[in-house]
Design a binder for this molecule. Structure first.
Ligand code: HEC
Length: 240
């Protein structure tokens, strides 16, 4: 019995540890906010597309975000790609692997595979680590091969993990700001929120429209039901 209680006491700690041990923050994204999506797209093409592609996403699909093709061409196509092209990356998987030890994966559907909360946490929890080849490590993705590409905005931080004996190894995380970034914490959270909003949109570009259509369809079904019911009453009124 004692063993069982002991085992049960460890269950939460194990569940906790399974996701790299770091508690995920809730991503406050609003999928219908077009300004947020536009800001996220801008950050994505400037800071992510050098290493990661989004090969299932075409630039001109971004008219979804309330932009014209001319605006997309002028602001979001930073390579010699045409506005009808997919978001390809010049870096090959092989070069990426040679450079970083792991190939940067395509990010078109990462919003679905990792989820918004994970992405929001991941992009905000890089810290300086001298032992890592890039000089960076990450609380949500320990020993990650990706450097902190947004560090000029967030500044450099260090992380100290304090094991908590009383709570069976559940750790306490202590962040220290080493150098300031160009953005304060609130601004940086907003930058990442917009970027994650965009990553989630890419994973399912029609999600907002699909949900809107669903509501319209249900509305019409409701109307149809009223007519069908009235008709049924009309047909049966002489039978009884
Ligand atoms: C300098 C190249 C480089 C840049 C720029 C870069 N990344 Fe990465 N990224 C990588 C590498 C390499 C990995 C693979 C890490 C690993 O497997 O350890 C990675 C992994 C990731 C992952 C984890 C994917 C998964 O499911 O395992 C996400 C998410 C990600 N990057 C998002 C971004 C975003 C968003 C940006 C832009 C802000 C960005 N990256 C910019 C190199 C880069």
């Amino acid at each position: 019995m004692k063993k069982l209680i002991l085992a049960l006491a460890f269950v939460p700690a194990l569940v906790f540890a399974s996701e790299g041990g770091y508690r995920l923050d809730h991503a406050p994204i609003v999928p219908t906010d077009q300004l947020s999506l536009q800001a996220g797209a801008k950050t994505f093409v400037n800071y992510c597309l050098n290493c990661h592609g989004a090969q299932f996403m075409r630039y001109n699909r971004l008219t979804d975000l309330g932009l014209t093709e001319a605006q997309i061409r002028d602001n979001l196509v930073l390579t010699d790609a045409k506005v009808g092209d997919t978001m390809k990356v010049a870096l090959t998987a092989k070069d990426g692997k040679a450079m970083f030890g792991a190939a940067p994966p395509d990010l078109t559907v990462v919003g679905r595979s990792r989820g918004a909360d994970w992405l929001y946490t991941y992009l905000r929890t890089f810290y300086r680590d001298e032992k890592s080849p890039t000089g960076w490590n990450n609380a949500a993705f320990p020993s990650v091969a990706m450097p902190h590409v947004l560090w000029t905005m967030q500044g450099e931080r260090s992380l100290q993990v304090v094991e908590d004996e009383e709570h069976h190894g559940a750790a306490e995380y202590k962040w220290t700001q080493l150098t300031p970034g160009t953005q304060n914490e609130v601004q940086y959270d907003t930058t990442v929120r917009d970027l994650v909003n965009f990553l989630v949109y890419m994973g399912e570009p029609s999600a907002v429209n699909r949900k809107r259509l669903g509501v319209v369809a249900l509305f019409f079904l409701g109307i149809l039901f009223i007519f069908a019911y009235a008709l049924k009453k009309e047909y049966w009124k002489d039978v009884h």
